[in-house]
Design a protein. Sequence first.
Length: 121
Amino acid sequence: MITHCAESLVGSINGEPAFWGEDSIGLFQANRDGGLGRGHSREALMDPRYNTRVVLAETARLGDRFDALLRAGATIPQLTAGFTLWVERPADPERRAIERAEMIASWFPQLARSQAYRWGT
């Protein structure tokens, strides 16, 4: 959940579409030019409930990837990088993933090296 919160905060600081100079819309800045927002209307993506459902559906679809990270002992910054690469899919994804991971590590230094846990563990 921290990963989703970090992404929504970074993606929505000013509430404007195209925050990163892309056609990225809504709460999670779903990129309509080749990212998560492809095939969705601008109006639909501006609805925070719709935008969140799109992100959660994609996260669930990729659940095995996140489970593999968790089984490997991933940290919150590593999960944030995975979310950026696999779900958000911004332009220049590797650089953005590193930026997001470093950002979350600086916001929550006590969690930066802590292993994340799966539900029920």
